[in-house]
Ligand binder design. Structure first.
Ligand SMILES: *[C@@H]1O[C@H](CO)[C@@H](O)[C@H](O)[C@H]1NC(C)=O
Ligand SMILES: *[C@@H]1O[C@H](CO)[C@@H](O)[C@H](O)[C@H]1NC(C)=O
Ligand SMILES: *[C@@H]1O[C@H](CO)[C@@H](O)[C@H](O)[C@H]1NC(C)=O
Ligand SMILES: *[C@@H]1O[C@H](CO)[C@@H](O)[C@H](O)[C@H]1NC(C)=O
Ligand SMILES: *[C@@H]1O[C@H](CO)[C@@H](O)[C@H](O)[C@H]1NC(C)=O
Ligand SMILES: *[C@@H]1O[C@H](CO)[C@@H](O)[C@H](O)[C@H]1NC(C)=O
Ligand SMILES: *[C@@H]1O[C@H](CO)[C@@H](O)[C@H](O)[C@H]1NC(C)=O
Ligand SMILES: *[C@@H]1O[C@H](CO)[C@@H](O)[C@H](O)[C@H]1NC(C)=O
Ligand SMILES: *[C@@H]1O[C@H](CO)[C@@H](O)[C@H](O)[C@H]1NC(C)=O
Length: 672
């Protein structure tokens, strides 16, 4: 959809230009300026390897669309970035998005085929760095936009961490580039704000995302500043100043009273469009913190919490993403969300969690990872929900980052020199803590399907280890070990961390058993959604599925097969069981599979997850609108008799009804 919006908005954007001459006093750099440190630090990419169902998912991603775009998807395969001739827009962002997602996939999984793809791309881009330092193929002022370089650099710093043999080359290239970017920005924000006939960003996507340069440049500033600290620092400040002068200062938006709680065509709204675009919002959540790292202004940290809360209250979906059909409107479940919003929400919430340390924010990342993201991807990872990929290029190239980065953020360093397991998927971690303390951790769990986690840890010397106890876990949750004796109740800190002192030696083991009950979230108009643990549940709807050749979403013409692969189809999924129900959330039972240890692969497929719910329900009158379920009816009219409805994890239900009217029903036998 990005393409369409870009065209529609280009006329409006002209109005948004204000003062755009850099202020000479913009630099706050002082010799020795330090960045604020996170509460939880990330480990080097590649230290954390996936296990269990999550490993299956990354392997499916590598074998599916994400891992094959390099071979057939023209916006990657034939990208101008690597000597080809195809870009989907003047933003030139497709293959940099892809690179940013495939680097953590390659090194998270340790997959040689994917590694060779990203190595080819890295080599090509670095070998073709232009003599003035520009990274990319553009040669004119009109076409050289900085935005796509933010994505490229994000990919490059991950690469530099994962493969030390490339670090110097990458750092060299970044320094040459940042000197050029600095001089461009000093010249009336060239490359950021379009002037005259510039074509690189006529809508304002890059200028609305100026903080995206900060993660790579802050990495460079801290780890490899060489003699270039001032230039790096000022480049970040110039990015922000340019965006501010254009009218894109997210500090003006994440403010109670300014933030639009509902937004319809008729709602008065006088800030730039950039703020109300779902993907921008998911990214803009990180804007205050990127500045906070440089200014240590606590108000920006507070504002980040406000941003998270405003979004949660007014636009966060029950599955964790942002409800925004491109633009936010209200919370009605008939509205959708782009897949790449979920990918960006996962990355932003994981990042924010590392700076704020608030337990519920880590729950949010898991909520999105286990619900909103998988529901939009086919079980085999070859298709995503916006069937026709040609009209959703950003989601096609941007979805692959979600799970690899979730893995990379699943275990973090703590301020006391220890480690914390914060996203509770099964992993192996090999890392070295202070004083050359080599540590190896293996987590055996089927979380979020099973709620028990068994840790086996070896360490050269003792260190503090932590397990995050989700906010929904009951106080009856227990820990057994590491010393023998009966299981004891968990006693997490205010941040939700359960501390375990790991002694020196081989194979210290302990088990955390999380306890929880189904939870009912009530929403407007007497509606509700049901969760159990980290999973949202949906009515199981059986369906007929057919495949057709992919079509252009506007003209419906069958696509030229030069742009597709034999695996690409449009899927048409039609319900064959009722979907129009109201539920009685006072009647819920949990049903487990006989074998909770062996999970099917793929897991995000109807019937595959080993945990289901049964909820008392009844069929009701529920009209359709625009070929889908209308908003939940306010006057509920029953049309059937109460029955035990089968509910399954939302991510496995590609057809789903999860936000339902509530009704009181007589007691129903909740059959298995
Ligand atoms: C910056 O600080 C370092 C150490 O504090 C010092 O060695 C160096 O000379 C300073 N550089 C400048 C340009 O002041
Ligand atoms: C800077 O750019 C703005 C916006 O295009 C333009 O109005 C202004 O004249 C430029 N200033 C200079 C000094 O070039
Ligand atoms: C913009 O493009 C038009 C048409 O190519 C050209 O006549 C004009 O000089 C250009 N303006 C600038 C500022 O480059
Ligand atoms: C570092 O930069 C300063 C100021 O630009 C310069 O005087 C100094 O010679 C540089 N040092 C190195 C080692 O390049
Ligand atoms: C529009 O902007 C003005 C001036 O900044 C502000 O006072 C007003 O509250 C804004 N209106 C809305 C609807 O946001
Ligand atoms: C509640 O129902 C009213 C009336 O149908 C509707 O206008 C409104 O959008 C609904 N609100 C939500 C949040 O679903
Ligand atoms: C993980 O735990 C399950 C259940 O206790 C057990 O069956 C399985 O063998 C364990 N796997 C590993 C690799 O230890
Ligand atoms: C496109 O598909 C048709 C039908 O399968 C086939 O005959 C043709 O060779 C294909 N063209 C390309 C460019 O792959
Ligand atoms: C589903 O497919 C079967 C077999 O093709 C067909 O008999 C049935 O009518 C279809 N059901 C619906 C609701 O489309």
């Amino acid at each position: 959809m990005r393409l369409v919006i870009e065209v529609l908005l280009s006329a409006i954007i002209v109005l948004a230009q204000g003062k755009a001459v850099p202020d000479d006093t913009v630099s706050s750099y002082q010799n020795g300026s330090k960045l604020v440190q996170p509460v939880y630090s990330t480990l080097s990419l590649g230290s954390i390897k996936p296990l269990g169902w999550f490993k299956d998912q990354l392997e499916l991603e590598a074998a599916g669309l994400g891992g094959n775009m390099f071979d057939f998807y023209r916006f990657v395969h034939d990208a101008r970035w690597i000597g080809g001739s195809t870009e989907y827009s003047a933003l030139d962002e497709a293959s940099p998005y892809w690179f940013n997602g495939l680097v953590p996939l390659a090194f998270g999984l340790g997959d040689t085929r994917i590694k060779s793809q990203v190595k080819y791309y890295l080599d090509y881009v670095l070998n073709h760095q232009q003599s003035d330092g520009w990274l990319g193929f553009e040669t004119t002022r009109a076409t050289r936009g900085l935005w796509a370089r933010c994505l490229l650099l994000l990919g490059m710093i991950q690469y530099a961490e994962a493969d030390p043999t490339e670090t110097n080359r990458i750092v060299d290239a970044m320094h040459r580039y940042v000197i050029l970017a600095h001089s461009m920005l000093q010249n009336n924000y060239t490359g950021l704000i379009v002037h005259g006939n510039d074509t690189f960003d006529t809508a304002g996507f890059g200028v609305g995302r100026t903080h995206e340069m900060h993660i790579p440049l802050q990495w460079l500033y801290e780890k490899y500043p060489r003699n270039n600290s001032q230039v790096i620092w000022e480049t970040m400040e110039l990015m922000i100043a340019g965006g501010v002068s254009w009218g894109a200062d997210w500090r003006d938006f994440w403010v109670e009273g300014v933030y639009p709680t509902v937004l319809y065509d008729s709602t008065p709204y006088n800030l730039s469009w950039v703020f109300i675009h779902g993907v921008n919002m998911a990214e803009g959540l990180r804007y205050p913190l990127s500045i906070y790292r440089m200014t240590d202004d606590e108000a920006l940290k507070t504002q980040t919490r406000t941003a998270v809360d405003l979004l949660a209250k007014y636009h966060r979906s029950i599955a964790g993403t942002i409800i925004a059909d491109e633009y936010i409107s209200d919370l009605n479940p008939s509205r959708g969300a782009e897949l790449c919003i979920a990918a960006e929400v996962m990355f932003s919430s994981a990042y924010i969690y590392q700076y704020l340390g608030d337990n519920d924010i880590a729950d949010w990342t898991e909520q999105t990872a286990f619900n909103a993201l998988p529901v939009s991807v086919s079980p085999d990872w070859w298709s995503h929900q916006y069937i026709q990929q040609e009209n959703q290029p950003c989601c096609t190239v941007n979805h692959p980052q979600a799970y690899p980065k979730f893995l990379a953020n699943s275990v973090v360093g703590t301020a006391d020199g220890g480690l914390a397991h914060v996203f509770l998927i099964a992993t192996d971690v090999a890392t070295t803590l202070d004083n050359d303390n080599a540590v190896f951790i293996s987590v055996n769990t089927t979380y979020p399907f099973g709620l028990s986690l068994t840790y086996t840890i070896s360490a050269a010397s003792a260190f503090p280890f932590y397990v995050r106890i989700p906010t929904w876990a009951e106080s009856t949750s227990t820990i057994s070990g590491p010393k023998s004796g009966p299981a004891t109740l968990v006693s997490p800190s205010d941040q939700g961390l359960q501390k375990v002192n790991i002694p020196a030696g081989e194979s210290t083991t302990f088990t955390i058993q999380l306890e929880t009950q189904p939870r009912v979230l009530t929403r407007a108009n007497n509606t509700a959604a049901v969760y159990y643990g980290a999973l949202l549940y949906s009515l199981a709807i059986t369906f007929n599925s057919s495949e057709t050749a992919p079509r252009n979403y506007r003209t419906e013409a069958v696509l030229d097969n030069s742009t597709i692969d034999e695996h690409c189809h449009d899927h048409i999924i039609t319900p064959t069981s009722p979907w129009n129900i109201a539920i009685d959330p006072s009647q819920i039972s949990v049903v487990y599979a006989n074998d909770m240890n062996e999970l099917p692969n793929p897991i995000w497929e109807l019937g595959a997850p080993p945990v289901e719910l049964r909820i008392a329900a009844v069929e009701i009158e529920w009209p359709t609108a625009f070929d889908t379920a209308a908003d939940p009816p306010v006057d509920v009219k029953v049309t059937g008799t109460p029955f035990s409805a089968r509910f399954v994890p939302y991510g496995s239900a590609k057809l789903h009804m999860a936000h339902l009217p509530v009704i009181a029903l007589p007691t129903v036998d909740l059959v298995e």
